[in-house]
Ligand binder design. Structure first.
Ligand code: NAP
Length: 293
């Protein structure tokens, strides 16, 4: 079994982006500028946004955080998004999800200028990805593709089973794995909560991508000998032995699946660490106007 180490890979990618940014700026290019909108005071969202801002600083990007009270109306938030759309200094921006229940996430995502949609959630970017056109690929699928590529995993002709069909992970992952590219060229099966015989289907996977959000759901009997297992899940489970009172678990029962898998990603220390690399890559592309010249 080979461990696909998100800590090592993400550090390499970040240092590459840092180097490319320095080179771009030294050549007269504009310093990439990422803005983030944070609504309310959700603890996890605060942590994610803080880490995104910190990463920008580390690699030489400019960053701006715009905070709003949870009571902001949908129309007011759309006005703020339009202001960022019109701000020539901002190359890309994100609206941290989830939003308060009174705000439509779809309306908010659609208000973002696709050229600045570095989270890759706007229907224009999703549509362009489906058509194989240059697009901002969203962070988690980007991270998984980089893990496969940089681990030298052969994907062409392989059977890839994706468990989960969410808009942010399962669905885009299934599209990327079937496209005519490397990584890609897989025969893809996408599974969800209504799938019958999930275990039997999973067991036919050469590459198993698990994103269903249930701690340690995938046990060794879901996995073919030698399969590549990518665990996207992040679930907090009570753990009195930890100072925080909880531990992070993936969707895969690591200890037993690792004995069977050819390659496996750990949780924590796997896919989660790769996601920031997608956002930073997209922001550099935005500053260089690579996707939308
Ligand atoms: P989601 O929107 O809740 O989607 C879960 C998917 O799993 C749905 O398609 C659902 O099917 C399917 N599912 C649920 N129970 C199932 C079962 N028993 N059998 C088969 N399919 C089942 O979740 P998500 O946003 O994709 O996130 C999934 C997990 O990844 C979560 O733990 C999340 O925290 C984590 N995550 C991690 C990262 C990262 O950076 N590592 C990024 C995003 C998400 P239906 O469509 O039929 O409901």
């Amino acid at each position: 079994m080979k461990l696909i180490d998100g800590k090592v890979l993400s550090a390499i990618i970040k240092s590459e982006i840092k180097e490319e940014t320095a080179h771009w700026v030294a050549g007269g290019g504009k310093q990439p500028h990422l803005a983030a909108i944070l609504v309310g005071a959700d603890g996890a969202s605060e942590t994610y946004v803080a880490s995104k801002i910190r990463s920008c600083e580390e690699i030489g990007f400019k960053s701006t955080l715009r905070r709003f009270d949870a009571s902001i109306t949908e129309d007011q938030l759309i006005d703020e998004i339009e202001a960022l759309n019109d701000d020539d200094d901002v190359d890309g921006f994100i609206v941290q999800l989830p939003l308060p229940a009174h705000i439509s996430e779809n309306r908010v995502m659609e208000a973002i200028d696709p050229k600045k949609d570095v989270d890759g959630f706007h229907p224009v970017n999703v549509g362009r990805m489906c058509k194989g056109l240059p697009a901002y690929i969203s962070a988690t699928p980007f991270g998984i593709i980089e893990m496969l590529k940089r681990s030298g995993i052969e994907t062409a002709g392989k059977h890839c089973v994706v468990i989960g069909r969410s808009q942010i992970v399962g669905l885009p992952m299934s599209i990327l794995m079937q496209r005519n590219d490397n990584p890609g060229n897989c025969t893809v099966t996408i599974c969800h909560s209504r799938t019958v015989n999930l275990k039997e289907i999973a067991r036919t996977a050469d590459i198993l991508i698990v994103a269903l959000g249930r701690a340690e759901f995938v046990t060794a009997d879901y996995v073919k000998e030698g399969a590549v297992v990518i665990d996207v899940g992040i679930t907090r489970v009570a753990d009195p032995s930890k100072k925080s009172g909880f531990a992070i678990r993936g969707d895969v029962k690591f200890d037993e699946v690792a004995l069977k898998a050819g390659f496996i990603t750990p949780v924590p220390g796997g896919v989660g660490l790769m996601t920031i690399c997608g956002l930073l890559t997209n922001t550099l592309k935005a500053a260089r106007k690579e996707i939308y010249p």
